[in-house]
Design a protein around this ligand. Sequence first.
Ligand code: ZN
Length: 205
Amino acid sequence: MTHHLAPAPLLALTLPSAEVLYAALLARDPALDGRAYVGVTSTGIFCRLTCPARKPLRQNCRFFASPAECLAAGFRPCLRCHPLAPEASADPCIAALTAALEADPARRWREGDVAAMGFDPSTVRRSFRRQFGMTFLEMARQRRLREGMATLAAGGRVIEAQFDAGFDSPAAFRAAFARLLGRRPQTCRGTHCCRRTGSTRPSAR
Ligand SMILES: [Zn+2]
């Protein structure tokens, strides 16, 4: 009797191997630009493979096929290689709101804030879902997760970290945290695993 192999996970079909991707990253090879991105777990930033910033260690790299996957995993866009530039240039509301988010990452955004910037909230929701698979408000909340990490790294309690990150629900906070770090918030108290990078700027070469 013949045993069929289980289908490969989607990621394997859309991305070359991590070895190939890391080699492309070190070489700043433009061949995969727009098709592969690297999320750096030590900084929480995601980049194009061609980013001019100092290259991360292999063990700190996670590779993704789209900015949407990087964002969903909790990484924020690099300020040097601007991995969201194609989406931003395609849609003015994405350019304006992602820039506003970077300028004030701790802000608790509401739909009214989006409207106050002159955008129609339902148009913004559709645009962000189409480009990133999440709404702008979801993206902003994901971004605030870092605030909770800073609280935990300083030895704060999980509930404090949850509120500092702007999450109303403990379950949502734990789930978002686990997606980003692969561990539970309480295992990170007073450790360096979620040490805040201090600056959103990637380190210089
Ligand atoms: Zn970069």
